[in-house]
Design a protein around this ligand. Structure first.
Ligand SMILES: NC(=O)c1ccc[n+]([C@@H]2O[C@H](COP(=O)([O-])OP(=O)(O)OC[C@H]3O[C@@H](n4cnc5c(N)ncnc54)[C@H](OP(=O)(O)O)[C@@H]3O)[C@@H](O)[C@H]2O)c1
Length: 301
């Protein structure tokens, strides 16, 4: 199968590309810097600058992961626009590719798996959150809702759409964990604020398996919560990470400190949702790393 991946050079994309390559699929990757990312991707990956450059090489499946990192810098109005545009523009290109392939070849790719995030639900306090839970209106929700809405345009061309609302993706060599490790290794880790906010998380290998599962299962569409079945609070995450590193984690970071350092972006650290992967579990998806201890054992050794 030919699989086109936006954001294939990223933390999730690289692991996905390795797995797809091992399974014998052809990889088409969209990157702003094809030469710069070549050595992060399997040999033979066809890397081009724009989604629409692939109109002569029609993919069977699309995976949409690209976007400016949500925690790259403080959420000024200009940065909020970058966060939205970096996702919406490339997602719209995918819908245009579907339109052009329908016009020229009579058929669009059969499926698109498109990333979204737990931020779709906004701050949910201690409520249990499934795909049916009404969102709390705030910037993270509006960003994800717009991203999902534009992704929905591919269905006009008969492409099946599965949306994965991702929790925190955990693995070695990147993502949030890599940023958390240095202070924790120095024994300077601690919970954020009161620590009762939920942090849904997922092992990167399980996330890659979810993407493959959603590509293969042509009876599945719509939104899916992409996180492990046992989310933890920030305080539990902190304790568990410290235990795995054999270090203390006794230095809580007060909410006020985070709010003044990061402004509105501090909501990423101070709020959360007890998100459960109800639809994936109902569909029979089996997690290799269902608990945080199992995931951290694997990642930290
Ligand atoms: N990792 C997590 O914990 C997590 C949690 C929830 C949701 N997500 C979402 O899942 C997706 C994949 O996550 P990830 O961790 O793999 O992301 P990532 O490592 O930050 O990579 C995403 C890719 O997006 C492209 N990109 C970055 N900035 C861009 C911009 N301004 N305009 C256009 N493209 C840009 C880059 O590709 P090129 O440089 O090659 O163009 C990058 O490799 C992201 O959209 C992310 O928001 C991730």
């Amino acid at each position: 199968m030919r699989v086109l991946i936006t954001g294939g050079s990223g933390f999730v994309g690289q692991a996905l590309c390795r797995r797809l390559e091992e399974a014998g699929h052809r990889l088409l990757v969209v990157s702003r810097d094809p030469d710069g990312v070549r050595d992060r991707l399997p040999a033979g990956t066809d890397i081009r600058r724009s989604v629409l450059d692939f109109v002569d090489t029609p993919p069977d499946a699309l995976v949409n992961l690209a976007g400016e990192s949500i925690a790259a810098r403080r959420w000024s109005d200009a940065q909020k626009e970058r966060l939205i545009d970096s996702r919406v523009n490339i997602t719209r290109d995918l819908a245009m590719l579907c339109e052009q392939l329908t016009a020229t070849r009579g058929r669009a790719p059969s499926v698109m798996v498109s990333a979204s995030a737990m931020g779709f639900y906004g701050d949910q306090g201690e409520r249990l959150v499934t795909e049916d839970t009404p969102p709390h209106d705030e910037f993270a929700h509006r960003l994800c809702a717009r991203w999902e809405e534009v992704a929905g345009e591919v269905t006009t061309f008969g492409t099946r759409l599965a949306i994965l609302r991702l929790g925190l993706v955990l693995d070695a060599g990147g993502g949030t964990l890599q940023k958390m490790l240095p202070p924790f290794k120095l024994g300077l880790g601690g919970r954020f604020g009161h620590g009762r906010q939920y942090m849904p998380w997922v092992h990167r290998q399980d996330l890659v398996s979810m993407i493959l599962f959603l590509i293969e299962r042509d009876d599945l569409d719509g939104p899916f919560n992409g996180s492990a079945p046992n989310p933890v609070t920030n305080a539990e995450f902190t304790r568990s990470l410290a235990r795995h590193l054999h270090r203390p984690a006794m230095l809580p970071v007060p909410a006020l400190v985070l709010e003044s350092a990061f402004g509105e972006m501090s909501r990423l650290l101070l709020t959360g949702a007890d998100m459960r992967p109800r639809r994936l579990e109902e569909a029979g998806f089996v997690f290799r790393f269902p608990t945080l201890d199992e995931a951290l054992d694997d990642i930290l050794g």
